[in-house]
Design a binder for this molecule. Structure first.
Ligand code: 2BA
Length: 109
């Protein structure tokens, strides 16, 4: 068994959730935030059998769109000066960032 952890953009999350559940994947959807942009994104936890991992990855890939996002300069006042960016920067946020992790034990009490 594997645990798929997928970080996707909020705009894609409802469509992806529907697609995954339509394909009988069991899914937990978590509200999360990216450390760099400090804005909201969505993390999916999908526990599934090894043979279904490729199908889940395909659905995640098909339902996530990579987008350019402008990062506005943020004042270091009261914050961490190490992360201060003095000018707007454009970053490409991926359609999905995915980790596939082996599951040692799965219990469903
Ligand atoms: P954020 O950390 O908010 O990052 C958003 C986007 O900003 C990233 O897109 C990347 O294009 C850029 N970025 C991140 N850190 C950067 C840095 N130090 N310098 C320059 N640009 C940087 P993605 O790579 O597609 O990541 C989208 C979201 O996926 C991330 O949001 C984070 O929530 C998650 N993520 C990505 N890699 C991860 C990792 N290794 N571990 C945990 N979460 C990760």
């Amino acid at each position: 068994m594997k645990l798929i952890i997928a970080v996707v953009q909020d705009q894609d999350s409802n469509r992806l959730l529907k697609t995954l559940t339509d394909h009988n994947f069991r899914v937990t959807k978590l509200a999360s935030s990216g450390g760099f942009l400090k804005s909201g994104n969505t993390t999916f936890m999908i526990g599934t059998e090894d043979i279904r991992v490729d199908k889940a990855l395909q659905l995640i890939k098909e339902n996530g769109e990579s987008r350019d996002q402008l990062v506005a300069p943020v004042s270091p006042m009261g914050g961490n000066a190490d992360s201060y960016v003095p000018y707007p920067v454009q970053v490409k946020v991926g359609g999905a960032t995915v980790f596939v992790v082996p599951v040692e034990q799965f219990h469903h009490f």
